[in-house]
Design a protein around this ligand. Structure first.
Ligand SMILES: [Zn+2]
Length: 148
């Protein structure tokens, strides 16, 4: 079956994974232009993808023989969508989560399973507490989230 491939940020910060949005499986990078099925370690799946010089993704190895990764892929897509808003909007994580699951129509990633990731994400770029009025002014200029 043909895939519908897209690269998105992985669960581990700074990593990129290849997702197949048609078959709902995802792949970790495994060398230059090579990707290996996420189920390789846990379930011994040796399916892979090679990205050729024209940017075409070519499946290699045997077909997948395990349950799909739809929930894991939804989780990563949701984190990616919410992450951008966390740093620009002074609203609660839950409010943003509620809007995004509605907009993306994702029903298999509960708030409980994603909350700690999002809290860590928000804290990671939270600016320091202002020490003086001048600092506060600078912060407002630097971080639009404070100007609401
Ligand atoms: Zn597989």
């Amino acid at each position: 079956m043909d895939g519908d491939y897209e690269k998105i940020p992985g669960r581990k910060k700074g990593t990129t994974v290849l997702v197949d949005l048609h078959n709902w499986v995802y792949y970790h990078k495994n060398g230059h232009g090579r990707y290996r099925c996420y189920s390789y370690v846990l379930e011994g799946c040796s399916a892979g993808i090679v990205e050729d010089d024209d940017g075409i993704f070519v499946p290699t190895g045997p077909p997948h023989h395990h349950a799909n990764h739809k929930r894991e892929i939804h989780h990563m897509m949701l984190v990616q969508a919410i992450r951008v808003r966390l740093h620009n909007e002074p609203r609660s994580i839950k409010e943003i989560y509620d809007e995004e699951v509605e907009r993306m129509n994702i029903r298999d990633v509960t708030f409980a399973t994603i909350r700690s990731t999002l809290q860590r994400e928000r804290r990671s770029r939270q600016p320091p507490n202002p020490l003086s009025v001048i600092d506060a002014d600078n912060l407002i200029n630097e971080f639009p989230m404070y100007s609401f």
